[in-house]
Design a protein around this ligand. Structure first.
Ligand code: HEC
Ligand code: HEC
Ligand code: HEC
Ligand code: HEC
Length: 191
């Protein structure tokens, strides 16, 4: 009986270490690779992105602006990990690493997006505009529309998800599948 217990403990410890190492391996791989393409540019393609930005109308408003008219979504997202995506990365000591910020902050690598906790704390974590794109045009309209990745273009939002949730970073979709998880995000509280 004692031996059995010991075996179980050893097995659990081995599993635990393997999990730790696996997540560490993903991070080491990222550090060796070229800088990831910012999700918004990946979704739109360079040409459409350049044309949109050349209008000078698109900038990141920050989620406290969204809160004014979408209080339910703002509060609901406080229960979602996207809203804390940068915190763990900072704790681990990678808070200034461009390779991590591309997927763990809002609009890193995009004009007017997140640059650093010192300069742009209002765009920390993956906020509303991390999925919907810069919100300045939408905020001025005071009705639906105006997003580069709005609900009128679900194919763009899906590609946005997949720009961050690459094959390496797709654990959030297990054991469920992508379409099921995606649909939940039309609710203020995705869970
Ligand atoms: C001045 C009020 C106002 C502000 C500020 C505002 N919205 Fe909206 N938003 C609306 C209205 C009105 C609609 C249409 C009705 C609805 O869906 O609630 C809408 C619709 C939306 C939609 C669905 C339609 C679409 O085009 O995709 C999204 C997504 C959205 N807003 C996100 C945001 C985000 C992100 C922010 C912050 C950058 C924001 N909103 C700020 C008023 C606002
Ligand atoms: C993880 C990505 C993601 C984040 C972050 C996000 N959204 Fe969305 N949002 C979605 C998706 C996906 C949909 C559904 C799109 C569809 O219908 O195909 C959606 C839909 C919406 C809608 C329309 C809901 C309806 O009635 O159809 C609004 C409004 C909205 N989001 C506002 C916000 C606001 C405000 C925030 C921040 C507080 C936010 N979203 C953060 C992915 C996101
Ligand atoms: C800018 C990058 C980015 C985009 C865009 C993005 N995600 Fe995420 N997502 C993340 C990161 C980073 C985490 C992990 C945060 C953590 O664990 O600290 C995450 C976590 C999640 C989780 C786990 C949430 C929880 O509370 O357990 C789900 C589910 C998810 N994403 C689905 C989606 C879907 C669906 C979309 C598109 C509608 C999307 N994500 C768009 C970066 C992104
Ligand atoms: C291409 C986008 C992308 C890049 C680049 C990226 N991450 Fe993530 N990261 C994600 C997504 C998406 C998740 C949630 C899904 C998952 O864990 O598979 C996540 C989850 C995490 C988690 C929580 C899960 C775990 O393994 O404990 C940590 C910690 C993390 N990332 C750290 C980092 C660090 C540090 C870097 C930079 C060296 C980095 N990430 C680079 C997209 C990314």
């Amino acid at each position: 009986m004692e031996l059995f217990r010991l075996l179980v403990v050893v097995l659990l410890l081995t599993l635990f270490c393997a999990t730790l190492q696996a997540s560490e391996a993903r991070i080491q791989a990222v550090l060796k690779e070229p800088l990831p393409v910012p999700p918004l540019i990946n979704v739109l393609g360079q040409e459409i992105y350049d044309a949109a930005m050349a209008t000078g109308r698109y900038s990141y408003a920050g989620n406290t602006k969204c809160r004014l008219c979408h209080r339910e979504f703002f509060l609901g997202r406080k229960k979602d990990k996207h809203d804390f995506a940068l915190e763990k990365v900072i704790e681990m000591g990678y808070g200034e690493n461009p390779r991590c910020l591309t997927c763990h902050a809002t609009g890193y690598g995009i004009e007017g997006g997140f640059t650093s906790m010192k300069e742009t704390p209002r765009l920390a974590n993956v906020q509303c505009e991390g999925c919907h794109g810069p919100g300045s045009v939408h905020v001025k309209r005071r009705d639906a529309g105006g997003f580069l990745s709005g609900t009128d273009r679900p194919e763009r939002i899906k590609k946005m998800c997949q720009s961050c949730h690459t094959e390496r970073w797709d654990r959030s979709f297990h054991p469920s599948d992508f379409e099921v998880v995606y649909k939940k995000y039309s609710n203020p509280t995705p869970k």
